[in-house]
Design a protein around this ligand. Structure first.
Ligand code: S3P
Length: 434
């Protein structure tokens, strides 16, 4: 799908941000292996999470999606899962195809490691390039039999009785940590996981709600086997990673002000708010509450004059998915922005260091790649051009927000990729514009 974005004079109003992608995936997975019914409201009906649902349906779990009309006239998705317990999954009749979704592949591998059947996990061309050795290694050490070529998808997983391990994560990855935590549900003894830095802790939070046990002490986690998990009702907060596009639009388009309600503000995810505030952004959070065991609040962002900053270290896992959109903001900031310690960007849905540089340079930005990040000199006026997103939803959305401040037309040749995490994204831009 070709998306054409024209510059906007001002963006004022409220926008509804879809449910959190990470939390939606985990809700389906834990709901499927819990006993009884789970209901997930404000579920993200994006392609990635729909692929998670399909995988569990293939393994015999009844999952229904209902469209719910809300008081404010907006539509919402509720997911109802009839969980069959930790040992209730059945052998899938064909490979489990998880599309573009790294979270589905890696977390599901953890669950499959504990099953007494063989399953094949596969994905699209982007996911088939992404490293799976990071989950294969610990899961094999726990006792799973996993076959793959070059440590990439497709994987053939033969699970069974597992044992607890002590494992130091080589990267601060929530997906790897979660794969081990989920596999640990099926072990005879606890696993101890050492993290190099804190990554998102949604698995830990949700697992406790479902009756599982995982303890955190600083950067060390102990994940325990479970006898049974129990179905839960969970309201999923808005995805701060999706909100980041509209926050950035408000910061960059003069005179703008956008409010987003019920957005997840788990501290392992709010690095983008901290970075933007450090850049001088006017962002407020009100009505802080709890949603599905996670902190949530109403975020308002207003047009701001930004200045360049330097970020790295333990901040990176707290804003890893927001680096493309942060890079766009940095093109408009006064001075230089340096992002380091972010080599993980190379193994996301695309090589995000290269994809961000290619796309923003095509629009006129002054940006350089480094081995583990980016250097951006601002401010630089942007001019519309034709760009591609490399099968990467976050690059497509970054390019669209750039198009709002660029002169002339910005064309994204493959805009359909936004459906991975934000169906209706382009419509929402058009609605706010009017
Ligand atoms: C995610 C973890 C992060 C993040 C991804 C979602 C998750 O990946 O980039 O979009 O839901 O656990 P890594 O674990 O590879 O850092």
């Amino acid at each position: 799908m070709r998306a054409v974005i024209r510059p906007v004079r001002q963006l004022i109003g409220e926008t509804v941000i879809p449910g959190d992608k990470s939390i939606s995936h985990r809700g389906v997975m834990l709901g499927a292996i819990a006993r009884g019914t789970s209901r997930l409201s404000h579920f993200l009906a994006g392609d990635d999470c729909l692929n998670t649902i399909k995988a569990f349906q293939q393994m015999g779990i009844r999952i229904e999606l209902e469209s719910v009309l809300k008081d404010d006239g907006s539509k919402d998705t509720e997911v109802i899962i009839q969980g069959k317990g930790l040992h209730g999954l059945k052998k899938p009749g064909k490979p489990l195809y998880v599309g573009n979704s790294g979270t589905t592949a890696r977390l599901l591998a953890g669950i499959l490691a504990g099953q007494s059947f063989e399953a094949i996990l596969d994905g699209d061309q982007s996911l088939r390039k992404r490293p799976m050795g990071r989950i294969i290694e610990p899961l094999k050490r726990m006792g799973a039999d996993i076959e793959s070529e070059n440590s990439t998808l497709p994987l053939t997983i033969r699970g069974g009785r597992l044992k607890g391990i002590e494992y130091a994560l080589p990267v601060a990855s929530a997906q790897v940590k979660s794969a081990i935590i989920l596999a640990s549900l099926y072990t005879g003894s606890p696993s101890v996981i050492h993290q190099p830095a804190l990554s998102r802790d949604h698995t830990e939070i949700m697992l406790r709600r479902f009756g599982g046990r995982v303890e955190a002490q600083g950067l060390t986690l102990t994940a325990y086997p479970a006898r049974e998990l129990y179905g839960q009702d969970i309201r999923i907060p808005g995805d701060i990673s999706s909100a980041a596009y509209f926050i950035t639009a408000a910061l960059l388009v003069p005179g703008s002000r956008i409010t987003m309600r019920g957005i997840g503000i788990n501290p392992t995810r709010t690095g983008i708010l901290d970075a933007y505030r450090q850049m001088g952004a006017d962002i407020t959070i009100e009505n802080i509450d709890e949603s599905g065991g996670e902190p949530a609040g109403d975020i308002t962002a207003s047009y701001s004059r930004l200045k360049g900053i330097e970020i790295g270290g333990s901040m990176i896992p707290r804003l890893i998915d927001e680096i493309p959109i942060l890079a766009l903001a940095a093109t408009q900031a006064q001075g230089t922005t340096v992002i380091r310690d972010a080599a993980e960007l190379k193994v996301k849905e695309s090589n995000r260091i290269d994809a961000v540089v290619q796309c923003l340079r095509a629009l006129g930005a002054n940006i350089e790649p480094t081995e583990d990040g980016l250097i951006i000199h601002g401010p630089a006026p942007l001019t519309g051009n034709t760009v591609t997103c490399h099968m990467d939803h976050r690059i497509a959305m970054m390019a669209a927000i750039a198009g709002l401040i660029a002169e002339g037309e910005t064309i994204i040749t493959d805009g359909q990729w936004v459906d991975v995490s934000f169906p209706g994204f382009f419509k929402e831009i058009e609605r706010l514009r009017s």
